[in-house]
Write a protein that binds this ligand. Structure first.
Ligand code: PLP
Length: 383
């Protein structure tokens, strides 16, 4: 029978590729994870016990960091680092306008003022040039963010910080095993702050985080600060006003299991990024820079940039492919931070990135075939 002009077009096949899929990761290691959680439940030691201690040693070793301290979240890690460095009321802390809001809320929590800077076009991270433009007489610290797993240019930034006497906290919440000149991020500044939110490269079964530092005195300060001011092993003394920001034993046990897979998982993220780079080449898209010889991207997120971001997002959603926008607004245009007084146009690169950036699915369990389907769908959008 002849088709009439008004017949509905056949609907495209419904591919189902979620943007995140933490359950797939769980299913691959469920037996180990359940055993680890049960071990903790049976032990009766739930806070500051052997699992947390072992995790700190193992995480520090993998990162190449002298010290690693488990804490309750990435936000807590940032807050404790600021507090240990003495940042508080009257201090300015410079951070990129293009980051998750927690980078700024940690600064607000300790009573300091977040001072924003723009980001570099290629890496979408804040470098020395952007920090220099944001310095004030009150600047106490800077927080470069290794956004999406990409790496901020640390060398010039550290030189600037040294010359000006500023502390540096690397926000590594999206960048486990990203590296700069052969060193894992988080081991270059005074502190590295990590989140183990479930969708991160290393994700807990809930909230968790860690700090890395090479400085023994700073590490000791954090040990007290995370445990309501008490020195390790002595619950009777409260020498300083601290927080309850401890890593619990169940999360530590889960993280220890997952840590064994982390190098392989990050390699797989990088392999998917290579598939995307090949499969999307030649399209009117800005692809993320996978890193030069000096840097290693850890691809917590694979963010492409295009002026057609919103229609592309809808097109992919119609075909069952999940994507994400990181972030819908730069910090200076978020209502919570309007009172910082920045106007639209203050940080052009951050503003461009929020209008054009689209994160495609990238997780170790994504198959080559699925990555191929994503590329095919993106290519067909641009046809
Ligand atoms: C860049 C950045 N900083 C800070 C955080 C805060 O980490 P958490 O959610 O563990 O508190 C996150 C988490 O999403 C992040 O992506």
């Amino acid at each position: 029978m002849k088709k009439t002009a008004s017949a509905p077009a056949p609907s495209p096949p419904q591919v189902k590729i979620p943007f995140f899929n933490v359950k797939r990761q769980y299913e691959g290691i469920a037996v180990e994870l359940r055993a680890a959680v049960c071990r903790v439940l049976d032990s009766g030691a739930y806070i500051l016990g052997p699992e947390g201690k072992a995790f700190e040693a193992e995480f520090g070793r993998l990162m190449g960091s002298r010290r690693a301290i488990g804490v309750s979240s990435g936000t807590a890690a940032l807050r404790l680092a600021l507090k240990a460095l003495g940042a508080g009321p009257g201090d300015d802390v410079v951070l990129p306008a293009m980051t998750f809001i927690a980078t700024a809320t940690a600064v607000s929590e300790v009573g300091a003022r977040p001072v924003l800077a723009d980001v570099d076009h290629a890496t979408m991270t804040m470098g020395a040039e952007q920090v220099r433009a944001a310095l004030t007489r009150k600047t106490k610290a800077v927080i470069p963010v290794h956004l999406y797993g990409g790496v901020a240019d640390m060398d010039p930034l550290m030189k600037l910080a040294k010359a000006k006497g500023l502390a540096v906290i690397e926000d590594c919440c999206q960048a486990h095993l990203a590296a700069y000149e052969g060193r894992c991020v988080g081991t270059i500044g005074d502190f590295g702050a990590f989140s183990f939110y479930p969708t991160k490269n290393l994700g807990a079964a809930g909230d968790a985080g860690a700090l890395t530092t090479q400085d023994a005195a700073l590490a000791e300060a954090v040990l007290r600060l995370r445990n309501v001011g008490r020195p390790p092993g002595d619950n009777s003394r409260h020498e300083i006003v601290g927080y309850n920001s401890r890593l619990d034993e169940i999360q530590a046990a889960v993280l220890r299991i997952k840590l064994r897979h982390l190098e392989r998982w990050v390699e797989r993220r990088r392999a998917i990024a290579s598939l995307y780079a090949k499969g999307l080449s030649g399209l009117p898209l800005t692809l993320p820079d996978p890193g030069t010889g000096r840097t290693r991207h850890a691809f917590n997120l694979f963010v492409v940039r295009t002026p057609d971001r919103d229609p592309l997002m809808r097109y992919l959603a119609d075909r069952g492919i999940g994507t994400g926008v990181y972030y819908p607004l730069p910090l200076h245009l978020i209502p919570a931070y309007r009172d910082l007084g920045y106007k639209e146009g203050a940080f052009p690169e951050a503003e461009r990135t929020v209008r054009t950036g689209l994160a495609l699915p990238v997780y170790p369990e994504l198959t080559d075939e699925e990555a191929g389907m994503v590329c095919k769908a993106v290519r067909s959008f641009f046809k």
